[in-house]
Design a protein around this ligand. Structure first.
Ligand code: ADP
Length: 232
């Protein structure tokens, strides 16, 4: 479970996140949307513990910046940041060992296979295409068995097969009880996945609703997005 309580973040005088409150339950996929500059990345980076902020963020009841909290979440940033001179396999070993994960080899094989990366294990990160780097970033984010998973534009740069596999994987993680937060502009790609929508505008959450709370069953994410973000 992810709990964000009274999150406030200022960059000098600019209030990029204003009194943000939301919860993502176990087994729930939340999509975080909003126009450019709405504060989505600021919110994700705060949850990932990469920024200083006011407020409280809990991962399964543990403060996100504590070792116990950190152990429980995975963050897949918008731009993969890999170690150029480590191979794909070395990345996975390094992350798994840093988190004290003992048996990760089977899971690593499964993830490498579904992303067609099994024959790239020996390749250095600097030799990989952008999409392959994104795949390694996703594998490293998931190899630690996180209970809360943050994805920032996870589909960008992935080929259609990898997008399909990633969607299946996200559903599997949801079914296993993870709380998943996905920030994206690619609303179509989330259509069949989302359980909760969080819409940000000017640093605030203007909507936090589950799919069931929308009256019209055929309302698309895009319809909902424009309904709440367009100036009237
Ligand atoms: P989004 O991810 O929704 O596009 P961001 O969280 O990146 O929005 O940005 C929210 C606001 O904070 C924007 O006005 C942006 O210009 C500002 N901002 C983001 N990062 C910084 C930073 N490091 N320093 C100063 N202002 C920033």
């Amino acid at each position: 479970m992810l709990e964000v309580i009274n999150l406030n973040k200022k960059y000098n005088k600019l209030e990029a996140a204003k009194n943000i409150n939301f919860t993502i339950n176990k087994g729930e996929i939340a999509v975080l949307v909003g126009p450019n500059g709405a504060g989505k990345s600021t919110t994700l980076k705060s949850i990932a513990g990469l920024l200083k902020y006011d407020g409280e963020i809990k991962i399964c009841g543990k403060i996100n910046k504590t070792p116990d909290g950190k152990r429980l979440f995975g963050y897949i940033p918008e731009l993969p940041s890999l170690y150029p001179l480590l191979t794909v396999e070395e990345h996975i070993h390094f992350i798994a060992r840093a988190y004290g994960i003992k048996s990760y080899e089977d899971k690593a094989e499964k993830l490498l296979t579904i992303f067609d990366m099994s024959d790239k294990k020996e390749k250095l990160a600097q030799e990989l295409s952008k999409g392959m780097q994104q795949k390694v970033s996703i594998i490293c984010g998931l190899i630690t068995n996180p209970q809360v998973i943050l994805f920032d534009e996870p589909m960008i740069g992935l080929d259609p097969k990898a997008i399909k596999e990633l969607k299946n994987l996200i559903c599997e993680l949801r079914d296993e009880g993870a709380s998943i937060l996905i920030s994206t502009h690619l609303l179509d790609s989330m259509e069949e996945l989302w359980d909760r929508i969080l819409i940000m505008k000017n640093g605030e959450i203007v909507v936090s609703k589950t799919k069931n709370e929308f009256n019209e069953a055929d309302e698309s994410l895009e319809d909902i997005f424009f309904e709440f973000t367009e100036e009237k």
